[in-house]
Design a binder for this molecule. Structure first.
Ligand code: PHB
Length: 397
């Protein structure tokens, strides 16, 4: 039925029907080109990922400030919701930003489950949507959409090289431990794929509900299994507690711990000695020897009196992408088709190294092998050059 009505008619239909009120796949109702561009931030500002949400917003604001504070010549206005990393509130939160605040661009989120709710709304409404963290594979896989772009990673990406790294260190039997939700499960699947292909075996998969941090029973189980190594996905507050508990249980010196690099991002000061020596794979590292990284880190530290991390880089790159694309369309954010074309061909000169969008709208990027040394994520090498998510099931491009 929707297919049979024209663009303007479709909008009226939706408003009249009360279904997804205000959702418009196509140009917003004529707003003067001089009006502010509205950015809707749907990020966690509370809970275990609170710090991650703030880092993303900080990075985004830094990029915009450095770009003169405007997008395509237009002032910018922010609208924010705390998504609480709660998937059950995701659709309502996204709809609120779109229908109540009438944002031009939806930006979020951190949590994969929340992102899935957002992507659903983005696909139905046609709102231009940028994902500055959440790795949910489907967002740039079976549920990919021309109006949805990711500036971070897919869950498949950072851990894909980790199996090969661990097998290369002689580890044959590994335990994987994580939270039972999309990001944990997809990280495990990707790790298993890489580790098995390299001759390893995942002998046990251990889960706890998100965002629980009662690790004791599972650590006791790991001690009993005595694998060659442990791999994991944890992030934010949960990652602090896991790394400290792992060391406190006496496992750190007996069974080497690895992870996707989120394990040690933005949390090294809190983890302290317990994190020293941990090896992880990720699309960023503090110590990347790139002029762009150095200037970014010093500007970030000066502005926010905090160390930059992968989350702030992803926020920053979201800003760079907006600056580039909206500059190209001279601020005409309502011309989604032109904005999409601009984003598809953007080259992002990022602190993580230069990257471009894949056909499925996910960064094609280097994955670094890092080791924690004296409270820093030091780069040891490139674990995988220009890694592209397989985008299984995506029909774009
Ligand atoms: C996710 O839920 O996709 C997620 C959350 C935190 C991270 C990485 C991925 O650090």
């Amino acid at each position: 039925m929707i297919k049979t009505i024209n663009r303007a008619g479709r909008r009226e239909f939706m408003l009249a029907a009360g279904a997804l009120a205000g959702a418009s796949f196509f140009p917003k109702p004529a707003r003067a080109q001089s009006a502010k561009i509205k950015l809707g931030l749907m990020l966690p500002y509370s809970g275990t990922f609170a710090q991650l949400g703030t880092a993303i917003e900080n990075g985004l604001r830094l990029a915009l400030d450095q770009g003169g504070g405007k997008l395509g010549g237009r002032e910018v206005e922010f609208f924010k919701v705390d998504d609480e990393s709660d998937p059950s509130k995701a659709t309502d939160n996204a709809n609120r930003l779109i229908t109540r605040d009438k944002v031009d661009v939806l930006i979020g989120s951190v949590h994969s489950g929340v992102a899935m709710g957002m992507v659903k709304v983005a696909r139905e409404s046609g709102t231009l949507t940028l994902i500055p963290n959440a790795g949910a594979d489907a967002a740039t896989g079976p549920l990919c959409s021309s109006n949805v772009f990711r500036t971070s990673f897919s869950n498949w990406q950072p851990v894909h090289p980790l199996g090969k790294v661990m097998a290369g260190k002689g580890h044959k039997k590994a335990v994987f431990i994580t939270w039972k939700y999309a990001a944990g499960e997809e990280s495990l699947a990707s790790f298993k794929e890489g580790f098995t292909a390299a001759g390893g075996e995942v002998v046990k998969e251990l889960f706890l509900p998100f965002p629980n941090v009662e690790f004791q029973a599972l650590l006791t189980e790991i001690a009993a299994i005595k694998p060659d190594a442990v791999a994991c996905f944890f992030a934010g507050g949960g990652a602090v507690k896991f790394v400290k508990d792992y060391a406190a249980a006496g496992l750190k010196d007996k069974i080497p711990l690895y992870g996707s690099g989120f394990l040690t991002e933005g949390v090294l000061a809190a983890q302290g000695e317990a994190a020293e020596g941990l090896m992880t794979t990720l699309h960023y590292a503090d110590s990347l020897d790139l002029p762009r990284n150095k200037s970014f880190r010093s500007a970030y530290a000066k502005t926010y009196k905090a160390e930059a991390d992968v989350y702030s880089v992803q926020g920053y790159d979201t800003g760079l992408l907006l600056i580039q694309a909206l500059g190209q369309v001279k601020g005409d954010v309502g011309n989604i088709k032109a904005v999409v074309t601009a984003m598809e061909s953007a080259v992002i000169d990022s602190p993580r190294g230069q990257w471009k969008m894949s056909k499925a709208h996910n960064p094609v990027q280097d994955i670094y092998l890092r080791r924690v040394e004296k409270g820093d994520n030091k780069v040891i090498g490139v674990a995988w050059k220009a890694l592209e998510d397989p985008a299984r099931g995506c029909k774009l491009g």
